[in-house]
Design a protein around this ligand. Sequence first.
Ligand code: NAD
Length: 521
Amino acid sequence: MNLPRHLSRDLIDSLLKRVSLDSAREHRATPLTAPFTGATIAEVPRCDPDDVAWAARRARRAQKSWRKTSIAERGRVFMRLHDLVLDRQEQLLDLIQLESGKARRHAFEEVLDTAICSRYSARAARRHLRSESRQGALPFLTRTRVNHLPLGLVGFIAPWNYPLSLAVTDAIPALLMGNAALLKPDQQTPLTALFVAALLEEAGLPADLFQVVTGEGRELGTPLLDAVDGVTFTGSSQTGAIIARQAGERLIGASLELGGKNAMIVRRDADLDRAVQGALVGCFANAGQLCISIERIFVHAAIADEFTRRLAQGVNAMRLGAGFDDEADMGSLVSAAQLDKVTRHVRDALDKGARLIAGGHARPDLGPWFHEPTVLEGVDSSMEVFAEETFGPLASLYRFDSDEEAIERANDTRYGLNASLWTRDTRRALDMARRIEAGTVNINEPYAAAWASVDAPMGGFKASGLGRRHGREGFLKYAQAQTVAVQRIMPVSQLVGGDGGRYRRWMSRAIALLKWLPGID
Ligand code: NAD
């Protein structure tokens, strides 16, 4: 096949050599398909359980010396990664588009995200990871500190929708913490992950510390979980539950970043133009294949007709395209399976009485898996699209009469990942946010403000996940907290001699006194 301008066959071959394969024995291979055309990009080796175990052993060996390096030294690697990602963006964008089929502007979001996470994590690592002093058991007599020690080897299982961001941004704090990483990217987007491995090595990460195994999740998931000391999984809630069960059996931690059915609430006092623009971005970024994208729009009844008219106009004006340039507003879906799900949801809703506000059709004239951005009205609970995550360019519009009703209906889902609230009354919005069951709430913004606030935790309520990425929480899940207490003079139990009755009286008085001492919690 013809490759985009900034890629070459040699580059792709060199990336494939980075797959962690145990020995030169024959491996099966899987053809990798370009969503824009359906052509085969390359044959990707299919790792097996022995490869996973081999990669884990190498990573563990490399971790032994990495954990002894200083946080400052580790931080320098990720500041270089920040520069490399920005400098090599044309190649990265070509590669992301080639294997995911997304528009260039959506591929660029990944470059930004990776640069932001690299910089933040490199700079904030010291603050989050240094040993800290805590209140001791007895004032003046017990000095207590907490160390944050690496877990060892952390496993990452990533999806295809953000093949750069989700392959590396969770691994960055884990590596900064002194861990090694073993990544299994999605089988539809392995090349971007392998490119990141190359960039990490160029940035100075020791060889073998970041391993990439390629292949099917069903085949490699169990051996990966057997080999690691903790796992971060990003993907569907269904697979997340499998990972949680397996991690539970091994008694290792699992951080799960899962699906969403995210709501946008447009109050009567919202700036309509901004809200419509927000809906276009929120629903159709990455062709809706974004965990935090909007699939349900709730609009106050008093402004709903005008909002609907402007939204339809905006959707109809969107440009779809398969170019490796900045022209298209939206690209292709990643696979036939994604296209099937979108068309199934649209057809089922229309068959049961929903109405089309805009879009509604596949676009094989543009590429095998393109689908128009689509908005439905009149959706009810008998339709699949009502509660199921579509993960495509499909949103349903509903009307509401009061804030209470909007919140109740927004919360009426098994998911709780992201929500978006549009109003000129910020105080009211802040109050409403506390009642919305979602891990992030964006006010006058669809998703990027909370996502890109990487000093703050991000993750899901309910079936949308367990654990958090970003911020202090995103670092400490890759650490074991170890409490070290130094007791002065003599052990606590011998402070007042060996007599049990005396010890009890003295200690009761001392503990009761602590309640009145200022500065003691
Ligand atoms: P998926 O669960 O099918 O696959 C995700 C990853 O898990 C892939 O690497 C896959 O190979 C692997 N996998 C599949 N079965 C496995 C198994 N039995 N054991 C171990 N690994 C296995 O998800 P998908 O449909 O490809 O991705 C889309 C989903 O991901 C959507 O639900 C979306 O909302 C969610 N997602 C969530 C976030 C987030 O941050 N919360 C981000 C992106 C995507």
